[in-house]
Design a binder for this molecule. Structure first.
Ligand code: FAD
Length: 500
């Protein structure tokens, strides 16, 4: 991160100016650009993207088997029908995004290989000034913008989180992280240990199980999985009836959201019944003698962490067929030839894969400042998980974890376009959110409630995130049903918005 505090003052006159700068060309940035171009056609905007192409998550990860664990009817945008199987490969998602870009002529708005390192707000000029490194030439360039639309995701690209296990340097094989998977990694006929039990491990393992000598999933504690067909019956039926794709898209989106909401409600109201259903699915693949208690019965309630979907049970088939196995234990130390477990056992390995998650990345690892003062986002309170007290003209798209991320992209985009139009009509050049008189004294809590949602990267980074209040306006509720109703009705004249 570069020192941003003198950036605004030092901005050379040559800085290129845009009404809006979107940070990142992943699902959020491309979705935002679509809405902005349609709804605010008079505004000039650019997307600045550090990587060489669009896709974000779907190009920065390269491990075998990379796929969505959400259905693409809801992970896809509201405005672009999804016509394939619900669970999609990274390649299919990138094709879909490239069609969105082409059909809407969005390519002209994107600058690739532009990594933003600092952002400085000047109240005198009502402008953000960005310091940007061109990763192809190394050149430092500057941009100014009236509004920043942060679509940079939530984790650091190109550097996964690997715990510091004892003895790692002794291991004579190869250690890789799924976020930095070497394209030429030879894993055929090798013994592989994958450390982790989340969606990443669950998608990687079936993809490599048949080709490697054996894959062991080493987990400290079990995770819930949902198993189902990679097909949506109603979509296939409607297609057979010749119903047009945009209708099918809308109908299937509504059905899935309805069913997800029902499932989430049940997970809270009758967690034991939901747990038994999930375990029953695993049992149907693994048979009566498999030790489900040890390997697939988590200690937490269903839905306290995201539940990965396993299409056609492929992970469980790999285990049933003996190509993969699960060990639930803790690492005592790496050895020359594998991993010694706390229980005393030893796992032999040629390759050890760390599928252990991310480094949380709050607002793109960009050094932010406001009028020369460094900004600490942890000092702010969030307005509905997208704006921050005291931070002018900035919105962040932070998606959903219990529903598809992209559902939030459409909802927030609608809000941003309304806000920009409102500011244009009223001549306001600056908007900040601030606690209203009735919010004074409200309890301020960490961004997320660890009792409710507690993946490792979030807990590790909670201290970096803005605070939430105890009212829906002042938190990211993670409830896309409630947001879907509330966001279109947010009054832009609410005293929480302070305009200048
Ligand atoms: C392997 C994997 C599978 C997933 N599957 C699902 C799923 O099935 N369903 C679901 O809902 N969610 C899933 N997620 C979560 C996923 O990250 C989001 O769904 C979504 O892709 C986030 O999109 P985004 O555009 O907000 O962020 P990202 O995809 O992270 O893209 C952000 C972009 O911003 C760029 N950027 C960041 N900082 C800067 C900077 N300083 N300057 C310039 N550019 C910058 C990055 O290079 C990147 O291209 C998955 C995540 C992973 C890692």
């Amino acid at each position: 991160m570069s020192d941003p505090t003198t950036l605004a003052e030092a901005a050379p006159q040559a800085a290129e100016h845009f009404d809006v700068i979107i940070v990142g060309a992943g699902m959020s940035g491309i979705g935002g650009a679509y809405h902005l171009a349609r709804r605010c056609p008079g505004m000039c905007f650019v997307i600045l993207e550090a990587q060489a192409s669009f896709g974000g998550t779907w190009i920065s990860h390269r491990y075998p088997g990379l796929r969505s664990d959400s259905d693409l009817y809801t992970y896809g945008y509201s405005f672009k029908p999804w016509t394939g199987a619900p669970i999609a490969t990274a390649g299919e998602i990138l094709n879909y995004m490239s069609e969105v870009i082409e059909e809407n002529d969005l390519g002209q708005h994107v600058r690739y290989r532009h990594s933003i390192t600092a952002a400085a707000w000047s109240s005198e000029r009502n402008l953000w000034t960005l310091r940007v490194t061109r990763t192809d030439t190394g050149e430092e360039v500057q941009f100014t913008s009236g509004f920043l639309w942060m679509c940079q995701g939530y984790y650091r690209h190109g550097e996964g989180y690997t715990p510091d296990w004892p003895g790692m340097d002794r291991f004579r094989g190869q250690i890789v992280h799924t976020e930095t998977w070497p394209e030429d990694l030879e894993y055929r006929d090798r013994k592989i240990v994958v450390i982790g039990s989340g969606a990443t491990a669950a998608t990687l393992i079936p993809a490599i199980a048949g080709r490697s000598a054996h894959v062991t999933m080493l987990q400290r504690s079990p995770t819930y999985f949902r198993i189902g067909r990679n097909a949506i019956e109603i979509a296939d039926e409607l297609r057979e009836l010749g119903v047009q794709e945009d209708w099918i898209h809308e109908i299937v989106r509504r059905k899935i959201q309805y069913e997800q909401a029902k499932f989430a409600r049940r997970a809270f109201s009758e967690p034991e019944a939901v747990k038994q259903e999930l375990l029953g699915q695993a049992r149907s693949y693994l048979g009566p003698d498999y030790d489900l208690d040890a390997h697939f019965t988590p200690r937490y309630r269903p839905w306290q962490q995201r539940i990965a979907f396993i299409p056609d049970g492929d992970l469980f088939r790999a285990i049933r067929d003996g190509a993969a196995s699960v060990v639930t234990d803790e690492i005592e130390t790496f050895t020359e030839t594998g991993i010694k477990l706390k229980s005393g056992g030893h796992l032999e390995a040629d390759i050890i894969v760390s599928a252990t998650g991310f480094h949380l990345n709050v607002l793109g690892d960009i050094g932010f400042s406001i009028d020369g003062e460094p900004l600490r986002f942890s000092d702010c309170v969030t307005y509905r998980g997208m704006m921050f007290t005291g931070v002018p003209n900035l919105v962040w798209v932070f998606g959903y974890f219990r529903a598809s991320w992209t559902l939030r992209v459409d909802i927030v985009s609608d809000f941003v376009c309304r806000l920009l139009q409102h500011m244009h009509e009223t001549g306001a050049r600056k908007v900040t959110v601030a606690l209203r008189p009735e919010d004074q004294g409200m309890a301020l809590l960490p961004w997320a409630d660890p009792e409710n949602f507690n993946p490792g990267y979030l807990l590790r980074g909670l201290h970096l995130l803005p605070k939430r209040g105890d009212k829906p306006e002042w938190q990211h509720t993670q409830d896309h049903w409630a947001d879907g109703k509330a966001f279109p009705n947010i009054s832009l004249r609410d005293p929480a918005f302070v305009y200048e």
